[in-house]
Design a protein around this ligand. Structure first.
Ligand code: MN
Ligand code: MN
Length: 358
């Protein structure tokens, strides 16, 4: 069953027989065609009883036609897109049409209101639910993206030097990965010393500190799928306190990874890591959720956090990333993403988590 068929089946169960997909990542997920239309319009129209229609800027039509097996309609900049959409759609008077509440801006909503005489219902939860459980093919792509993150972080390690800055190392990592044909899945973070003690630290022209910890958070986008990993390493000889905080963070991360299996809840996974850090007295310094889902987006469902009673199932992919940030002293985060298997959790990144010294 194709993903479009799966989505329509779910919508039919709710008596919804038409949908408009507007998020380029959702369109990629459903069709295998990806394009960022920027300020222009791209919509995938889905119907229970009729073929889909992909509407997009005319300049993208040829590439889309080569990818999808249903009608593609392009519009040129001088055309009124809404009039054109109304003219090409087979039917616009469905009682209900599902649209992506989390993606549409007001301009697009107003435009769609001129096309459909329907009540709009929210498609976002249905798509999120579909994307929550990854197929074997998707999991394979996640593993491939993970291996590339391992490669990228190793390039970072190989370039650690006291005469370099955070941004020097980032530039080298991103340049080398670009040369191999890959882009990053988000802006690479390399944070030295105190800067790593800020969970939202911004890399700058800070020289790599000696006898301190150095944090790398990065990911690669490959074949439409994202990786995301964090490693914290030692530069020189950090003091015992910094090393102890590192070991505590690692113990918490491993406790959560060992705990994950189908049937436990997201909040229990969070607690498995958090309780280790709390027991040691550092709970207040771990001030974010344990993890987030990952797939075609770096952040997607589920959220691994207190209060989320979602039951973990085989095929879910998410990060496990406890951090301990003590302002002015030390910052550590250790992150792997992985997939829930029948019996446990298989990670996509394999870079050592022993404290490495540079
Ligand atoms: Mn993450
Ligand atoms: Mn990360």
């Amino acid at each position: 069953m194709t993903k479009i068929t799966q989505l329509l089946k779910k919508l039919n169960e709710e008596q919804v027989y038409a949908a408009v997909v507007s998020d380029p990542v959702s369109i990629n997920y459903l069709t295998g065609y990806y394009s960022d239309p920027h300020e222009r319009y791209m919509f995938l129209f889905l119907f229970a009883e009729k073929e889909p229609v992909l509407f997009l800027p005319a300049l993208d039509a040829a590439r889309a036609e080569a990818t999808v097996s249903f009608p593609v309609v392009g519009y040129v900049d001088s055309e009124n897109p809404w009039e054109k959409i109304k003219a090409i759609l087979p039917k616009t008077d469905y009682p209900q049409v599902a649209i992506e509440f989390d993606n549409l801006n007001v301009t697009k909503l107003r435009g769609l209101e001129t096309v459909f005489s329907s009540q709009f219902v929210n498609l976002t939860p249905t798509i999120n639910r579909l994307r929550l459980i990854k197929s074997a093919d998707e999991i394979e792509k996640m593993h491939a993206a993970g291996l590339l993150a391992d490669k990228a972080v190793q390039i970072g390690f190989d370039n650690i030097s006291l005469d370099k800055t955070e941004t020097d190392i980032i530039a080298t990592i991103e340049y080398e990965m670009r040369r191999l044909g890959y882009g990053m899945s988000f802006e690479t973070m390399v944070l030295t010393g105190d800067n790593a003690a800020n969970p939202h630290g911004i890399p700058a022209d800070n020289r790599i500190e000696n006898n301190a910890l150095l944090l790398f958070d990065l990911g690669i986008a490959a074949n439409g799928y994202m990786s995301d990993m964090t490693r914290t390493v030692a530069v020189g000889q950090p003091d015992q306190f910094k090393k102890d905080i590192y070991q505590l963070c690692l113990e918490a991360q491993l406790a959560a990874q060992d705990f994950i299996k189908p049937g436990v809840t997201a909040s229990e996974v969070d607690a498995a890591a958090r309780s280790v850090i709390e027991k040691a007295g550092y709970g207040e310094y771990f001030n974010h959720r344990l993890g987030h889902g990952i797939g075609m987006d770096v952040h997607e469902f589920p959220s691994i956090m207190a209060g989320n009673d979602l039951v973990i199932e085989e095929g879910m992919c998410f990060s496990v990333e406890p951090g301990i940030y003590i302002p002015g002293q030390v910052g550590v985060r250790i992150e792997d993403c992985g997939v829930v298997t029948k019996t446990g959790f298989e990670v996509f990144t394999h870079t050592s988590k022993d404290l490495l010294y540079y």
